[in-house]
Design a binder for this molecule. Structure first.
Ligand SMILES: *[C@@H]1O[C@H](CO)[C@@H](O)[C@H](O)[C@H]1NC(C)=O
Length: 336
C-alpha cells in the first residue's frame, strides 16, 4: 500500500536549543505536505513560536504532561500521564523522529514496528565524535571509548583530512564527565546516545554538504546508515547575511562549531588564555580583523560567497527537505 498521508511524531528534548530545531524541521516538513505531531510538555508547547496559519492543519502540537518521579526530581507543576489524549495514541505514525534524550522511544518504536530517525542538533564535525558501531561511545566491554580529556581536544583518529575540530583543554574534563556521568535517571548521556545510535534507521542532521561535506561523508561511512542533511543549523543561519563572524565559544559543542568555522575561514576566534580567559583587547582584535583591517579582507570575501549558498531558501526547502521527505516515503513504502 502506498500511503499518501505521511505522518511523523517529533520527540525533542525539553531544552530550547533542541525544541526550536525540531519545531523548524516540523515547519519544513509541513510545507512539504507531511503531517507532524510534535510532542512536548504543555508549558513548552505554549512557549513555541506560532505556526503559520496555512500549515496549521499539518502540525499537531501534543502536550504531554510529565509524570511525577519518586525521587522528587519532577514534582513542581508535573501532571499525570492519564491526561494524555488517548485518541492521539491510537493512530500509529510512520516514523518517530527523536532526540537522544528520549531513549525510551526506542522500545515504543520496536513494539509498534515504527521506524526511527535520530535528528541531531549537532554538526557533522561534532557527530564524528560519536564513534562507530557497534560500541559507539563505548568499547565492546562497556568502558568509555573516550578515556582522557586530551582525547577530546583533537579530531578522532578516523578524521583523515586536515581539521582542528576539538574541545579546548580547559573544557574537555567537563565534557568527558558530562558525557559519561550517570545523571539522576541513572543513565549517562553516552548510554542514551549509544542506545539511540544503535537502534535508529537513519540520521537527520542540521547541516549540508556545501558546508561540511567531508564530515558528512565520513559520518555516514562510520555509521553505515543513511545520514540525511535537513536544516540549516544555527551556525549556517548566521552565514546567510554575508558577514564574517567573530566567535567566542562558551558551552556545549560551541567550540567545535567555532573551530569548524575558523578552519573554513568563515570566522575569527577571540584569542583566549590557556584557562579560557579572554579580555577586551582580544575581542577588539578579532572585531578589527573581521570587520575593518586589510588582512581580514579574505574573510569578508568568503562570507559574501557563503551567503550566496546559505541564503538560498530553495536549496534548503526544495532540495534538502525534499530529499528527506523522499527518504521518509521510500522507507515507509518498504515496510508496507
Ligand atoms: C553547533 O552547530 C549546530 C549546527 O549548526 C547547531 O545545531 C548547534 O546548535 C550549535 N551548537 C551550539 C551550542 O550553538
Amino acid at each position: 500500500m502506498v500511503r499518501d498521508r505521511l505522518h511523523v511524531v517529533m520527540l525533542p528534548f525539553s531544552a530550547f536549543g533542541h525544541m526550536i530545531p525540531f519545531f523548524q524541521l516540523s515547519i519544513a516538513l509541513a510545507k512539504a505536505g507531511v503531517h507532524v505531531s510534535y510532542v512536548s510538555t504543555p508549558r513548552n508547547i505554549q512557549r513555541l513560536p506560532k505556526i503559520p496559519p496555512n500549515l496549521a492543519t499539518f502540525i499537531d502540537l501534543v502536550g504531554f504532561p510529565l509524570p511525577t518521579l519518586q525521587n522528587g526530581v519532577l514534582t513542581e507543576g508535573s501532571e499525570a500521564t492519564t491526561d494524555f489524549p488517548q485518541e492521539k495514541l491510537n493512530q500509529l505514525p510512520d516514523w518517530i523522529i527523536i532526540d537522544f534524550f528520549p531513549h525510551w522511544a526506542v522500545e515504543i518504536a520496536q513494539d509498534h514496528n515504527i521506524r526511527l530517525v535520530f535528528f541531531t542538533v549537532m554538526s557533522a564535525a561534532t557527530s564524528v565524535f560519536l564513534g562507530k558501531p557497534p560500541g559507539f561511545l563505548f568499547l565492546s566491554d562497556q568502558t568509555p571509548a573516550w578515556r582522557s580529556p586530551e582525547s577530546l581536544t583533537k579530531p578522532p583518529e578516523w578524521v583523515s583530512f586536515p581539521s582542528s575540530v576539538g574541545w579546548r583543554e580547559y573544557e574537555a574534563p567537563f565534557v568527558l564527565s558530562g558525557l559519561y556521568a550517570d545523571g539522576v535517571s541513572g543513565m549517562s548521556d553516552a548510554a542514551r546516545l549509544t542506545k539511540v545510535l544503535r537502534s535508529c534507521n537513519a540520521f537527520a542532521i542540521r547541516s549540508c554538504k556545501e558546508f561540511e561535506g567531508e564530515y558528512l561523508n565520513l559520518h555516514e561511512k562510520l555509521m553505515a546508515k543513511p545520514v540525511i542533511s535537513v536544516g540549516w543549523g544555527s551556525v549556517i543561519e548566521t552565514l546567510q547575511f554575508g558577514h564574517s563572524l567573530v566567535v567566542l565559544p562558551l558551552v556545549y559543542d560551541q567550540s567545535l562549531n567555532a573551530s569548524l568555522l575558523v578552519d573554513k575561514h568563515l570566522a575569527v576566534e577571540v584569542e583566549r588564555g590557556k584557562d579560557g580567559s579572554f579580555n577586551r583587547d582580544g575581542i577588539a582584535n578579532a572585531l578589527r580583523l573581521a570587520m575593518v583591517s586589510d588582512e581580514g579582507e579574505a574573510f569578508r570575501v568568503r562570507a559574501r560567497e557563503a551567503s550566496a549558498i546559505f541564503g538560498d531558501e530553495n536549496l534548503h526547502q526544495q532540495h534538502y527537505i525534499g530529499q528527506f521527505v523522499e527518504y521518509l516515503k521510500h522507507g515507509s513504502h518498504n515496510i508496507e
